[in-house]
Design a binder for this molecule. Structure first.
Ligand SMILES: CC(C)(COP(=O)(O)O)[C@@H](O)C(=O)NCCC(=O)O
Ligand SMILES: [Mn+2]
Length: 925
C-alpha cells in the first residue's frame, strides 16, 4: 500500500473531507456525529441507524460477566472495607469483612537464613456456562469430564520469602491468609483442623516445630530436604518453559529443556556446604560428591576477614571490589601477557589471594571489598571446577546449580560458568534456575498427595508478575501485596521512584562481567549489576488445565511467538520508550472507563506507577521476568490494568465504533454483492486491511482519529489501498479460493478467523470476509479474545455484533443460527430449524488470552477443539499476525493480514513504511 502521506510519521489529511472545525473534535465526538455525516456523503456506505442504548446496557453487563467468567484475577469485595488502627500508620491493615477466603495450601522450607513458602490459592465461582457455550461444546465435541479433577488445578502457586529472624512476620502472614487451615486435606469445606499438618523441610522444620504448634496450632510434617530439592528441580525443569538459563559474561540466556530428554543431570546445591546429586528421574537420585568449601566458607571467612556481619553485606561489598589487588593473575606471572598456549587470558586468576604472598601488607591494608570479591571468586570457581569433574566422571551432559549461595548473583554465576567452561574446554555449560531459592519448598509442596501438580504440562502454566511479586524473587522481603488497597498505597510510596521511571532512560547493553575468559573488575558495571538487580523475579504461577497447544502449529517445539526479540537492546529501548509514552493517554482512558471517580483516579495513578516500575525493572534487567518478548510486554500492560481493576478501558470506544460501523454494513454488503466474485474477494481483503487502521494501541493511529469520523477514516484508508501491498500473496490466495480457468477448487472445510479490533475492523473487515467464506460453503469460527485488551473485540462481545450484522444479511443469519450463535437473540426462531440444516455454521470461540497478541502454545480448549477440523486460518491485525506469529508455520493454509501501524516495525519487518499492508498467504506445510 502506498503511504498515507509522504511523511513516514504523518499527520494524515483525510482526503480533504474535514473542515477545520472537525479537526478539533475528539474521536468520541466525531463518532457520535458519524451517522449524520454519512448521509449523502458516501457512495459506498449509506444508512441511518437507530440508537440502541438498551443493547449497550446489555453489552456492558455481558462485559462484566466476561470478567467474572474468565478473569485472571480475583475480585476483591471491598464493601465495608475499613482501615484497622491509625490512618497515619505506615502499613495499616485493611479489613475486608466481605472477602471470602481463597482456598489455600502451604509448604515451607525453613532454612538458617531464609524461610521459603510455596502456597496455592484458588478462587471460586469463575465459570458461567451459558446456553451458547453449551451448544458450542456439543458441536465441537468438547467433553468436560475426562480430566482428572484434582483440587489444586485451576489456581495459582505463590512464592514468598521471609528472613528466618523474622519468623513472627511469617507466622502472621500465614495466619492472615489462613494458609494453615487447608493442610493436607484439600477440602475447602473442612473446618479449621485441630490436627492440621503442614509439609515442611529444612532444619527449621525441627527447630521451629513447637513455635508453629503454639502460634498456629499446626504440626509440621517433616520432609527430607534432598528429596524435596530434587522433586522441586524436576518439576520446574519439566513444567516451566524457560526455567534454566546460562549466565556468561553478564548475559543471561534462557535454555529450553526438552522434558523428555532431561535425565540424567547433575544438580549442584550450594548451601553452607555443597552437595552434588546425580538425578536419574523422579525420585531417583544419589549424592555423588560434594565439597565442604561452600556458602558457609564464604560467610565465615568473609566475616573474619572483613568484619561483615551477613552474607548479603558481603555480597554487597564484593560489588565494589577489585580482586586484582589481591589475586595473582596470569598476567602478573607473564608480565601482563596472556598464557595463550593453554588458553588463559592475562586476567585469569592463577592463584586466589596469591598477591598477598609478596605484597608485604597486613590484612588492614587490603580493602574489604577486594577481599570479599576474591573470596567469592575463589569459592565459586572451585565449586564450578569440582562440579564439572563430577559431571565428567558420571557422563552427565547438564549441570544445574542452585542453593542459597547463588541468589541470582551475577559474579557468582559468571565465575561458576567460567570454571565449567574452562575446564570442559567449552563442552559443558553451567545452568542456573529461576526459582532457584524455592526448590525445596516446592518439593515439600509436591509431597502432598493428590495435588495433581505433576500432571500439569508446560502449556498449562502461565507465570504472571503482579505488583509485589516483582521483588519477592530479588530482595528478600515479606508478604506479597495481596489486596488492591495495599498495592495502591505501596505504589503511592513509590511515587518518587515512579517519577524517575516514567520515562525510562535506557542504558547501554550491559557490559560483560568478566571480560573475555577472565575476571575483570566489577566497578566497570556501575549500577547495572547490583546484586538485587541481577536477581531474577519469581512471579505467580497460574495453573490453567484448560489451556492447550494449538494443534495446527507445524512444529510446536520450534514455535516462537515473538517476532521482535527484546534481548536486542535497541528494540528494548525503542519499545520501552513507546510504551512509556502511551501511559498518560491510557490512564486517562482507563480512569474515564470507570466513571472518572476519585477512586478510579487513584487506581489510575497506581497503575501508571506499577507499569512504570515493571518497565524500569526490565530496562535494568531485560531477563528479570524470564524470556520476555514484546508480546509479553503488551500482555503485562493489560494484566497490570486488570490488577488495578480496570477491566475494559476501551469499552465505550468499542461500543461507539461498533455502532457506527454496523450502521453502514448493509450498504457495504449491497455494494459487495454487486461485484464479480473475483473483484469481491479483492475488495474484501482490501477491506480487512483498510479497517485494521482502527487500533487504539498505535500512537500514529490515535493521532489520526482526531482528524475524522470512523467512516471517513475507513474510506480514506480504503481509497489509499494500492496493490501490490508490501507483502502481497493475494493472487495465490485467490487461486486457492477461486481456482484458475474453469477449475473450481474444493472449498475449505472450516476457517478459523482470528479477529482483532472492534468497530470497523471486525464489522466492515472480518465479518464480510466471513460471510464470503460461508457463501463458499466453508464453516467459519470467529476466534476472539477471552479478556479485553485495548480495543480488541472479545468473545463475549462478538455474538452480539454478529446478531446485529445478521439483521442485514441472510447468509450471516442462517449461519449464525446454524452455529447456535443466536440462541439468545433469535430473530425469527420459528423458521430456524429448517434452515439450520441447509447452512454451514458460523461460530465464536474464545482464544484463552487477554492480550493484543497471541501465543499459540497456550490457547483455550474450545479453540483447540475448533482447530481440529480447520483447514484455513486467518490471522488478522498487527498483534496476532506481525508481533506474534509472523514467522509461525501451520499444518493448514494460513493467511496473515495486517496493516503496519508503526514506522519502525514497518522498516524492520517488511522494509516498508507505516500504513503498508501485509497479505501473506502460506499454503499448508
Ligand atoms: C498493540 C498493537 C499490536 C495492536 O495492533 P492490532 O493487533 O490491533 O492491529 C499495536 O497497536 C502496536 O504495536 N502498537 C505499538 C505502539 C505504537 O506504534 O504506538
Ligand atoms: Mn487489536
Amino acid at each position: 500500500m502506498a503511504d498515507l502521506t509522504e511523511d513516514p510519521n504523518p499527520v494524515v489529511d483525510v482526503d480533504g473531507l474535514l473542515n477545520n472545525q472537525e479537526h478539533n473534535k475528539t474521536q468520541e465526538e466525531n463518532n457520535n456525529n458519524s451517522n449524520s455525516q454519512l448521509k449523502g456523503k458516501s457512495a459506498v456506505l449509506r444508512k441511518d441507524r437507530e440508537e440502541n442504548s438498551s443493547k449497550n446496557q446489555n453489552q456492558a453487563e455481558r462485559d462484566t460477566a466476561s470478567v467474572h467468567r474468565s478473569g485472571s484475577r480475583p475480585q476483591l469485595e471491598l464493601c465495608k472495607a475499613a482501615i484497622e488502627g491509625n490512618f497515619e500508620e505506615k502499613d495499616p491493615t485493611i479489613l475486608l469483612p466481605n472477602q471470602s477466603d481463597d482456598l489455600s495450601y502451604l509448604a515451607l522450607d525453613i532454612g538458617g537464613s531464609l524461610i521459603k513458602l510455596v502456597y496455592f490459592s484458588r478462587h471460586e465461582g469463575q465459570s458461567i456456562d451459558d446456553k451458547r457455550k453449551k451448544t458450542l461444546k456439543e458441536r465441537l465435541d468438547i467433553s468436560n469430564g475426562t480430566r482428572r479433577s484434582y483440587p489444586i488445578l485451576g489456581g495459582r502457586l505463590h512464592f514468598v520469602k521471609f528472613e528466618t529472624t523474622k519468623i513472627n512476620e511469617c507466622l502472621d502472614f500465614i495466619r492472615s491468609k489462613q494458609l494453615h487451615r487447608g493442610g493436607h486435606h484439600w477440602n475447602a469445606e473442612a473446618p479449621a483442623n485441630e490436627n492440621a499438618v503442614i509439609k515442611a523441610t529444612g532444619g527449621g522444620a525441627f527447630k521451629f516445630a513447637d513455635l508453629f504448634k503454639e502460634r498456629l496450632g499446626v504440626s509440621l510434617d517433616k520432609e527430607d530436604e534432598m528429596d524435596c530439592l530434587v522433586a522441586g528441580a524436576n518439576f520446574l525443569l519439566k513444567a516451566i518453559r524457560h526455567e534454566a538459563f546460562t549466565h556468561i559474561e553478564g548475559r543471561k540466556e534462557f535454555v529450553q529443556i526438552d522434558h523428555n530428554d532431561l535425565f540424567p543431570y547433575l544438580l549442584v546445591n550450594i548451601g553452607s556446604g555443597v552437595s552434588m546429586i546425580k538425578v536419574d528421574g523422579d525420585g531417583k537420585f544419589q549424592q555423588v560428591s560434594g565439597t565442604n568449601v561452600g556458602g558457609g566458607t564464604y560467610c565465615g571467612l568473609g566475616r573474619l576477614l572483613t568484619k561483615c556481619k551477613s552474607f548479603d553485606e558481603l555480597l554487597e561489598l564484593s560489588q565494589r571490589g577489585d580482586n586484582r589487588n589481591i589475586d595473582m593473575l596470569v598476567g602478573d606471572i607473564y608480565g601482563g601477557m596472556d598464557y595463550s598456549k593453554i588458553g588463559l587470558s592475562a586476567s585469569t586468576i592463577a592463584s586466589s589471594f596469591g598477591k598477598a604472598i609478596s605484597d608485604n601488607k597486613e590484612l588492614e591494608d587490603y580493602s574489604p571489598e577486594d577481599i570479599s570479591l576474591s573470596l567469592l571468586r575463589m569459592i565459586s570457581y572451585n565449586i564450578g571446577q569440582i562440579a564439572y569433574l563430577n559431571a565428567l566422571q558420571f557422563g552427565l551432559k547438564r549441570i544445574f546449580f542452585g542453593g542459597f549461595f547463588i541468589r541470582g548473583h551475577a559474579y557468582t554465576m559468571d565465575t561458576i560458568s567460567f570454571a565449567v567452561h574452562l575446564w570442559s574446554q567449552g563442552d559443558a555449560q553451567a545452568m542456573f534456575l529461576r526459582h532457584e531459592g524455592f526448590l525445596e519448598a516446592l518439593g515439600a509442596f509436591m509431597s502432598y498427595e493428590k495435588h495433581g501438580l505433576d500432571d500439569l504440562m508446560v502449556h498449562q502454566l502461565v507465570e504472571r508478575f503482579p505488583m509485589g511479586a516483582p521483588y519477592t524473587g530479588g530482595k528478600i522481603q515479606g508478604p506479597p501485596l495481596g489486596d488492591l488497597n495495599e498495592k495502591i498505597s505501596w505504589m503511592e510510596k513509590f511515587v518518587l521512584k515512579g517519577i524517575e521511571i516514567t520515562a525510562p532512560v535506557p542504558m547501554a547493553p550491559p557490559p560483560g562481567t568478566t571480560g573475555l575468559g577472565g575476571f575483570e573488575v566489577p566497578s566497570s558495571k556501575g549500577s547495572t549489576l547490583r546484586s538485587d538487580a541481577s536477581a531474577l523475579n519469581v512471579g505467580v504461577l497460574h495453573l490453567v488445565p484448560t489451556l492447550e497447544v494449538f494443534p495446527l502449529l507445524s512444529d510446536p517445539k520450534t514455535y516462537e511467538p515473538n517476532t521482535i526479540d527484546l534481548a536486542d537492546h535497541n528494540e528494548l529501548e525503542y519499545w520501552f520508550t513507546v510504551l512509556s509514552g502511551h501511559l498518560p493517554d491510557l490512564v486517562d482512558k482507563a480512569v474515564a472507563s470507570e466513571g472518572g471517580t476519585d477512586d478510579a483516579k487513584r487506581r489510575g495513578d497506581a497503575f501508571a506507577h506499577a507499569f512504570s516500575a515493571h518497565l524500569s525493572r526490565l530496562i535494568e534487567d531485560p531477563a528479570a521476568y524470564g524470556k520476555f518478548g514484546l508480546a509479553n510486554l503488551l500482555e503485562l500492560r493489560e494484566e497490570c490494568l486488570r490488577e488495578f481493576q480496570f477491566h475494559d478501558a476501551y469499552r465505550s470506544i468499542k461500543q461507539r465504533e461498533n455502532e457506527a460501523s454496523l450502521a453502514v454494513l448493509a450498504d457495504l454488503f449491497a455494494e459487495l454483492d454487486s461485484m464479480s466474485e473475483e473483484t469481491r474477494l479483492l475488495s474484501l481483503i482490501e477491506g480487512v486491511l483498510a479497517a485494521n487502521i482502527f487500533d487504539w494501541g498505535s500512537r500514529a493511529c490515535v493521532d489520526l482519529y482526531h482528524k475524522g469520523t470512523i467512516i471517513e477514516i475507513y474510506r480514506m484508508s480504503r481509497n489509499k489501498m494500492q496493490r501490490p501491498w508490501r507483502v502481497d500473496d493475494f493472487d495465490l490466495f485467490k487461486e486457492r479460493m477461486l481456482g484458475s480457468g474453469d477449475k473450481k477448487p474444493q472449498p475449505h472445510k472450516r476457517a478459523l478467523l482470528f479477529v482483532d479490533n472492534s468497530g470497523a475492523d471486525i464489522v466492515l473487515g472480518m465479518l464480510p470476509l466471513a460471510r464470503e467464506l460461508l457463501r463458499h460453503g466453508t464453516e467459519v469460527v470467529l476466534v476472539a479474545n477471552s479478556l479485553p485488551a485495548l480495543n480488541d473485540a472479545t468473545a463475549m462481545e462478538v455474538p452480539d455484533i454478529v446478531a446485529e450484522a445478521a439483521k442485514h444479511c441472510d447468509i450471516l443469519r442462517r449461519a449464525a443460527e446454524a452455529g447456535s450463535l443466536l440462541v439468545d437473540d433469535m430473530i425469527n426462531p420459528s423458521d430456524s430449524s429448517k434452515e439450520n440444516s441447509s447452512s454451514v455454521p458460523l461460530m465464536v470461540v474464545e482464544n484463552g488470552c487477554g492480550s493484543p497478541c497471541i501465543d499459540l502454545r497456550q490457547v483455550s480448549s474450545e479453540l483447540a477443539a475448533a482447530a481440529k477440523d480447520a483447514d484455513l486460518i486467518i490471522l488478522e491485525g498487527m498483534g496476532r499476525a506481525l508481533h506474534t506469529n509472523f514467522n509461525a508455520r501451520f499444518k493448514c493454509d494460513a493467511l496473515k493480514l495486517a496493516m503496519v501501524k508503526n514506522q519502525r516495525l514497518a522498516v524492520k519487518l517488511i522494509e516498508g513504511n507505516i500504513y503498508d499492508c501485509v497479505c501473506r498467504y502460506e499454503p499448508a506445510s
